[in-house]
Ligand binder design. Sequence first.
Ligand code: KE4
Length: 428
Amino acid sequence: MAISEELFERACRVIPGGVNSPVRAFRRLDRAPFFVAKAAGAHLTDEDGRQYIDYVGTWGPAILGHAPECVISAVQAAVPQGLGYGIPTRIEVDMAETICRWIPSIEKVRMTNSGTEATMSAVRLARGYTGRKYIIKFAGCYHGHVDSLLVAAGSGALTHGEPDSAGVPAEFANLTIVLPYNDRAAVERAFAQHPGEIAGIIVEPFPGNAGFFLPKPGYLEFLREITEKNGALLIFDEVMTGFRISAAGVQGKIGITPDITTLGKIIGGGLPVGAFGGRREIMDCVSPLGPVYQAGTLSGNPVAMAAGLAQLNYLEQHDSYTRLEQLGARLEEGVRRILRDENLPLTFMRDGSMFCLHFTEQDVYDLDTAMSGNFDMFRRYFHAMLEQGVYVAPSPYETGFISTAHTEADIDATVAAMQYALRVANNQ
Ligand code: KE4
């Protein structure tokens, strides 16, 4: 038996589903997950010595590839000073100043230990600042496993076909209004039905948890206008897109200023970090300054800050986003050539280094169209890619990520693998 299979058998005896996060379980893929032994650059090596070109990148953090030298050396320099104190440190100030410099809409920021903590805190802050109770979210957008946001969530919940989680009382869920993404009329109706009661909208500006898809032209500008008009806050969940789509995330690319931004993934350099930030007048409502309580034993951990800051500094000092666009465009050109040559009317979407091949002929612009994909065809494609040493997300409801560690050779090998995998997937 392969070592990964042995490890998975052991894991399933002591960890629910054998994993510490559901999407890692390869559920509905008729096989056990492989277990990683090491990773470097754009490549993973599993416990059985197999190598893969990696397009998951720890689900987004590995924008420089795995174990980038700048992050490793920053962590090695930080560790001998201690692993954490629960007392303020210089590097927390450096990190906060860096985030505020990169993202002008953020005048103050609070660090957390995950994206979930960041969105949970942002929703509480919106309610505390406005004194209102309802929150609008969009079907197919995933904001972490916050009780009140696990309502028609995307990502893991969607993959498991259980968009609503057990254990979330109706009382929690019914303060969350779930609307279709890209549907302006639905948002207008919600505000008309709840005048003066909606604290805010939380949205993935470029959704990446039901596969990757994009807002229709003007949609985000519409959300900005309607929240402003109704005294509600606009929360951009940029946990995935922050420092990924541009140095200042989606908001920097399209020029929209949200009231609160949530961050994660890349700012941890691979270690557990999240953050939420916004205008001074809003953030000053957060304890100990204001009445909205928020805390965390390990928030701003100095080793995690060292990792994240090293990654951000590297991105800022090198023209990383130009490189990511070059690699993304090369991949897209190859994929579109295959779809044309093989006469496969599948939908491919990309922005910068985030991409997704949807196994549907439909244009994808919300949860329903994302769900119209052929899961069986995806499953065959996933296995065929893995056989050729290319690891794409083990779910069609996830986003692919390219790093600056990927090379043209990696991209070309991936395109060749996709041509084979799509033939296998299509010939059933
Ligand atoms: P975490 O609590 O997993 O750090 O972040 C939650 C979160 C919040 N907001 C957005 C936009 C996110 O994409 C996420 C987490 N993303 C998933 C990947 N689709 C994490 C992977 C997993 O759940 O294991």
